[in-house]
Design a protein around this ligand. Structure first.
Ligand code: SAM
Length: 308
């Protein structure tokens, strides 16, 4: 297991942007190492409450000791069910929500989770290991056409058909079960993580990203969560989303601008724009100092909006 579970990106900026009220009701849909959650909890009084979600139970098990006795309800669930869970707890409206998307350092740095080609491990990539298909199920079970679609849609890889062909050819010899077998399938029979050229490394990163997004249906979950958040936020309530790649960022940007997933800005007869949000942060990135301390913060983008 990795030593550091996670280092939160843009921590101060995210928390400040939410203007937390001590008696408010907040949701952190991506608990992870609990960095953002602990910062919210430190600002809540006895009448405040934080609901924190993570679909990986290891997240909460790791941080349980640091949040004991806090006004926190942990929900081990996919955040796509945000609306149903708030209903279950009788929460009608929330004052703020944080979503720090993607996976944690713990996921990337733990070989047996299979998220990184830097280590040899099973090709798993599920955030929730209680069920569902693994990345190995996908590369060995999807048709060539389906693999090409995943690589193109979620990795934006132009050579997706060629890569899918290579995967199918390789699995005909023997199933692709581990991260290093996939790496050699893509980059050549003698390739190792250390021998990759920068373009190969980029390609491998995008292949792994695409498989991870398919395995965890990351964009599907994000779409459902954003819609639930819109209906739950009280007037004046704020939503803060940290994105890490262009696909999820585009989705969040369009949603916060328009209030719908298509990004259609609605105008009335007189040309007045109707949107449920006022934009507060439009893609804030980490400072050079933060990136120096935490290089993985380099790709983080913060978007914040207030419900009108
Ligand atoms: C970037 S980390 C969050 C780090 C956290 N903000 C911190 O300060 O430590 C993302 C976390 O969200 C979880 N996650 C990602 N997608 C999820 C989803 N659809 N539902 C619930 N949890 C999710 C992952 O398991 C991971 O632990």
């Amino acid at each position: 297991m990795a030593d550091v579970y996670h280092i939160p990106a843009l921590l101060e900026e995210t928390i400040e942007s939410l203007r937390i009220r001590p008696d408010g009701t907040y949701v952190d849909v991506t608990f992870g190492g609990g960095g953002h959650s602990r910062a919210v909890l430190s600002r809540l009084g006895k009448d405040g409450r934080l609901y924190a979600f993570d679909r990986d139970i290891e997240a909460y098990e790791n941080a349980r000791g640091t949040v004991q006795d806090a006004p926190l309800t942990f929900v081990h669930s996919d955040f796509r069910y945000l609306g149903q869970w708030m209903d279950y707890y009788g929460v009608r409206a929330i004052d703020g929500l944080i979503a720090d998307l993607g996976v944690s350092f713990h996921h990337f740095d733990t070989a047996e989770r299979g998220f990184s080609f830097r280590f040899t491990g099973p090709l798993d990539m599920r955030m929730n290991r209680n069920g569902g298909k693994t990345a190995a199920d996908l590369v060995n079970g999807y048709t060539e056409e389906e693999i090409a679609r995943v690589l193109y849609m979620y990795g934006e890889l132009k050579q997706s058909r060629q890569l899918a062909k290579r995967i199918v050819k390789s699995r005909e010899q023997s199933p692709i079960e581990t991260t290093d077998e996939l790496l050699r399938t893509i980059a050549g029979p003698t390739a190792t993580a250390d021998s990759l050229t920068p373009p190969q490394k980029k390609e491998m990163t995008l292949v792994f990203q695409a498989l991870r997004m398919e395995v965890n249906d990351e964009l599907g979950a994000l779409r459902e969560m954003l819609q639930a958040a819109l209906s739950l936020l009280a007037t004046g309530g704020r939503i803060a989303v940290l994105t890490y790649h262009s696909l999820e960022d585009r989705l969040v940007k369009n949603f916060l601008r328009s209030g719908n997933l298509e990004g259609n800005i609605e105008k009335d007869f007189y040309g007045n724009i109707h949107t449920p949000f006022r934009l507060i942060e439009k893609g804030l990135t980490a400072s050079e100092e933060e990136v120096e301390r935490n290089p993985r913060a380099r790709s983080a983008k913060l978007r914040v909006a207030e419900k009108l």
